[in-house]
Design a protein around this ligand. Structure first.
Ligand code: IMP
Length: 198
C-alpha cells in the first residue's frame, strides 16, 4: 500500500512521535526538517486558529504539500482568557521562558478565588488548498504553587478536572489520554481515517 504523505509543521520530536504512533499505518508524517523547511514561519495572528492556519498555509503555499499545524493556549477564566494566544511568550514578548511564564501566572492569580482554566489546542489542516480546523480542550484549575517534576511548560500548576494531581505529577501516560493536544490530534485522526483517503 502506498503511504500518503502529510507534513506536520513542527520540529518538536515529542509531537511528531505522538502523531506518528496514532497515524502510522496509512500516513507518512514528515516534519519541517524532513522537507528542508528551515525558515521562520510567522505566528502573528491573534487567535490560535489563525496561527495554526498561518503555519499550515506556509508549507502548503511554498512546498505544495498537504500540511497540518497546531497552536496551543492556556485560557484562564479570572484573566479573561489570557494568556491565550500569548501563552508561550507570556512573561517576555520576545522569547519563551517557561519558568518566568509560570511565575507570572501564579503572581497574577495570587489570592484569586476563581482558578478555573483550560488548555486549548487548535489544529489547521490544508489539503488540496481546502482548510479544515480541529480543536481539543482540557478543563481544569491552576494551583497556588508548583507540584510535580514531569512534563513541561505550565504542567506543574495545572490540575485537570476529575484529578487532584497536576499534569506534572500525573505524568505523560495519563496526560496523553486526556490532554488538549491528544484530543485535537484525535479529532484530526478521526477525520483522516473517515474522510482522509481522497
Ligand atoms: P505550542 O503551540 O504547542 O508551542 O504551545 C504554546 C505554549 O503553551 C508552550 O510554549 C507552553 O508554554 C504551553 N503549553 C502547550 N502545551 C502544554 C502542555 O501540554 N502543558 C503545559 N504547557 C503547555
Amino acid at each position: 500500500m502506498k503511504l500518503r504523505k502529510l507534513v506536520f509543521a513542527t520540529n518538536n520530536a515529542h509531537k511528531l512521535e505522538e502523531i506518528r504512533s496514532i497515524l502510522d499505518a496509512q500516513f507518512q508524517i514528515l516534519s519541517l526538517a524532513d522537507i528542508d523547511c528551515h525558515g521562520d514561519i510567522p505566528e502573528t495572528a491573534d487567535t490560535l486558529e489563525g496561527n495554526a492556519l498561518l503555519k499550515a498555509h506556509f508549507v502548503y503555499d511554498n512546498y505544495g504539500l498537504d500540511c497540518f499545524a497546531d497552536d496551543t493556549g492556556l485560557e484562564v477564566q479570572a484573566l479573561d482568557g489570557r494568556p491565550g494566544v500569548h501563552t508561550a511568550r507570556y512573561a517576555y514578548a520576545d522569547h519563551h521562558d517557561p519558568e518566568a511564564n509560570t511565575d507570572k501566572l501564579l503572581s497574577e492569580l495570587q489570592g484569586a478565588p476563581n482558578r478555573a482554566a483550560r488548555f486549548r489546542t487548535a489544529i489547521a489542516f490544508i489539503r488540496g488548498g481546502e482548510e479544515y480546523l480541529f480543536e481539543g480542550i482540557v478543563s481544569g484549575s491552576i494551583t497556588t504553587e508548583r507540584r510535580g517534576t514531569q512534563g513541561f511548560g505550565y504542567d506543574p500548576v495545572f490540575v485537570p478536572d476529575g484529578y487532584e494531581q497536576t499534569f506534572a505529577e500525573l505524568g505523560v501516560e495519563v496526560k496523553n489520554t486526556i490532554s488538549h493536544r491528544a484530543r485535537a490530534v484525535e479529532a484530526l485522526c478521526k477525520f483522516l481515517h473517515n474522510k482522509g483517503r481522497k
